[in-house]
Design a protein. Structure first.
Lengths: 301, 381
């Protein structure tokens, strides 16, 4: 047994078996409970990841401004972005870091689920190597594979769909909207790619594993909702709803006024604002259009 | 614009590769997800019958190693997109039926039960199929060995049922339901069939009609094959105990605790019981009292049932080491070591030990000299 198995996989597997035993040998319940417990232990990390993501979302308007302002100067753009991140206390790599910290834990949990499932004779034989000398562990095995009408050792299409949907919702909620088309395309790709891949996996592997993915996703959805609401999911829904509506364009009588009149109004507004900002004496030195633009009239014709 | 698309495509490629790598790594770290099988062999009239890891019955003349093979057993359905899942097989890149139970020869028929939930009877002469049970459809997987005696075939299935079939026709005669699945083999002694179940009970059934005589409840599931000797049933359980039970009424005579599950059937030589446990120890006990005489640490799981050859008890451990214990002196000697795991039954014929290994071959060991003889391939074609 290597260090990974000794320190991570073995304890987790035994805990899983004990939980199953406590709940009448129901392995499905054990998966759900252990997934929640592990998620609770990782809560500080997950929260920091979600908060970081939320801050990133909040910074988007400012980031867009900076991108517009320094569109031609990449170096300056990067400097300004870093400055903004620093001022706002956002660590862009923080999300990735906490995700990588959590990955071994997800990994161990998944391995323990598969190990404890022991669906085939070889699996059961292999499992015996990992058992602690606790009477409860020895007598609890093999665990019941059925849960809510599912055979946890077999793939299940409904569970696969649930994996995809829950993962999509979670991805969508945590996606940071961006005005940058490239970043937006990448976010869009992530939102679809992960759920599709995991749905594909779930269609091929034991539904006990799918159960673990679904519970994990639901936990993170709840957490994400508590911290930052529906996030991009709500915005997407609102935009989609608007997109679905049909508008009829009306030209109001006021809009049919002559362009001269309209231009007068605009110029007056500009004049007022300029007056406020620069003072009247300075304004008098500039020639302000009076709405008698000959070229514009020609273009309109 | 093109470079933007290229970047996105490369990100997608990296992501897909990363996820696939994680998936592959994860699955490679957990062994025992797919059934492979570990059937032993049986020798009758110089012919060895063995169910190969390719899912077919093979008969082999041990004199010249010429062989015949039956049709490959058929899978009921394919689960999962990759054609494999936790409960089906995808070993060696092909779909095949795993076979765990050693074939049984009786009269002119040889019987084999598959993980596909079917039992087959073939003619020993040409391996032509005589009958199949059930004739239509499939039952739950068969893992345990069958017993053929008194013109009947007895077997327990993963559906928890014990079946008694007409050995000549494959017709169902009687059945009995236990509380959970059966992966263990049954033992017939006179008119009583003994079989353990995952419901933690040992059942004693009337062989005539499969009615219940008595049950004995342990604290763990039972997969080991019961051993009956002098009116006592010896059975190991997942609760780490080896039980001696009076065959007449199912009362406990004594019990002994090991360090892990008792998976395999023990062996008896001269009032001494030799029981291998998954903790890697062989426990040598007095049959009348259960008092331990000595124990041997073989260093790895003992799932393969021991063989008694003359005064020796041969044990093969999971790590591929084959040892023999002298029943007179109680000394252990290593016979040989092979580079494969051994979990299935051993077969011995004329001083040669046959072990089916994961490379689809039969390893041969001279049990006197310990010499490794050239292996025989079981790959078809």
């Amino acid at each position: 047994m290597n260090i990974w198995e000794l320190l991570i996989q073995q304890p987790l597997t035994n805990v899983l078996i004990v939980i199953a035993h406590v709940f009448g040998g129901n392995f499905g319940v054990a998966i759900v409970i252990l997934t929640i417990v592990v998620n609770l232990i990782l809560l500080p990390l997950t929260l920091s990841q979600i908060r970081s993501s939320k801050k990133m979302q909040d910074l988007q308007p400012k980031l867009a401004e900076i991108q517009k302002k320094y569109a031609k100067d990449r170096q300056k753009l990067a400097q300004e972005q870093m400055k903004l991140y620093k001022e706002s206390g956002v660590k862009p790599a923080g999300c990735l870091f906490s995700m990588f910290i959590q990955m071994p834990v997800w990994f161990a949990l998944y391995q323990s689920v598969m190990l404890a499932l022991a669906a085939v004779p070889e699996g059961l034989l292999n499992l015996s190597k990992y058992l602690y000398p606790w009477p409860v562990v020895y007598s609890a095995l093999p665990l019941s594979r059925s849960f809510l009408g599912l055979d946890l050792a077999q793939p299940n299409i409904i569970m696969a769909l649930l994996v995809g949907i829950s993962m999509w919702v979670q991805q969508k909620m945590s996606t940071t909207p961006s005005d940058d088309p490239r970043a937006a395309a990448q976010s869009q790709m992530m939102t679809w790619m992960m759920p599709l891949l995991f749905t594909f996996f779930a269609l091929s592997f034991a539904s006990g594993l799918s159960l673990y993915w679904v519970v994990s996703s639901i936990f993170r959805i709840v957490l994400q909702y508590r911290v930052s609401g529906w996030g991009s999911l709500r915005k997407q829904t609102a935009v989609s709803a608007d997109a679905g509506k049909k508008y009829i364009k009306f030209d109001s009588p006021e809009m049919k006024k002559t362009t001269e009149k309209a231009r007068d109004e605009i110029i007056i507004t500009d004049k007022e604002s300029l007056k406020k900002s620069r003072g009247s004496s300075l304004l008098d030195k500039f020639k302000i259009f009076g709405g008698q633009d000959k070229d514009q009239q020609d273009r309109d014709k | 614009m093109k470079s933007e698309k290229m970047k996105i495509a490369s990100v997608i490629a990296i992501l897909v590769a990363l996820i696939l790598a994680i998936g592959i790594f994860g699955f490679s770290c957990v062994s025992g997800l797919a059934p492979i099988g570990w059937s032993g062999g049986v020798v009758s009239d110089g012919i060895l019958y063995v169910a190969s890891l390719e899912g077919r019955l093979i008969s082999m003349n041990l004199t010249d190693q010429s062989r015949l093979s039956a049709e490959t057993l058929k899978l009921p359905t394919q689960s999962g997109l990759f054609g494999c899942s936790a409960a089906t097989s995808c070993g060696a890149g092909t779909s095949r039926v795993p076979i765990y139970g050693t074939p049984v020869v009786s009269g002119d028929l040889v019987y084999v039960a598959g993980y596909n939930g079917k039992i087959y009877a073939y003619k020993t002469t040409n391996l032509a199929q005589r009958w199949v049970f059930p004739r239509d459809g499939y039952l739950s997987p068969f893992v345990g060995e069958m017993v053929v005696a008194q013109n009947k075939l007895f077997i327990g299935g993963s559906d928890g049922w014990v079946y008694a079939l007409d050995a000549a026709t494959g017709d169902l005669l009687n059945s009995f339901q236990t509380g959970d699945k059966i992966w263990g083999a049954s033992t017939l002694d006179n008119d009583t069939l003994y079989i353990g179940s995952f419901d933690k009970k040992l059942y004693a059934l009337n062989a005539a009609d499969l009615t219940l005589k008595w049950t004995f409840t342990t604290e763990g599931s039972i997969i080991a094959k019961p051993l009956v000797s002098d009116g006592v049933v010896y059975i190991g359980s997942f609760d780490r105990y080896l039980y001696a039970i009076n065959a007449a009424d199912g009362t406990l005579k004594w019990k002994f605790m090991g360090g892990n599950w008792f998976w395999a059937q023990p062996a008896i030589v001269n009032d001494t019981l030799y029981a291998g446990s998954l903790d890697g120890f062989v426990y040598v006990l007095k049959t009348d009292t259960g008092v331990i005489v000595t124990s041997f640490n073989l260093g790895s799981q003992l799932a393969s049932p021991p063989l008694v050859v003359d005064n020796y008890i041969i044990f093969a451990s999971h790590n591929g080491i084959v040892s023999k214990i002298n029943s007179i002196t109680n000394e252990i000697t290593q016979i040989a070591a092979i580079s494969f795991n051994i979990d299935g039954p051993l077969t011995v014929h004329e001083g040669i030990l046959y072990i089916q290994t994961q490379d689809f071959s039969l390893q041969r060991i001279d049990i006197i000299s310990g010499a490794l003889l050239p292996a025989i391939t079981l790959i078809s074609g």
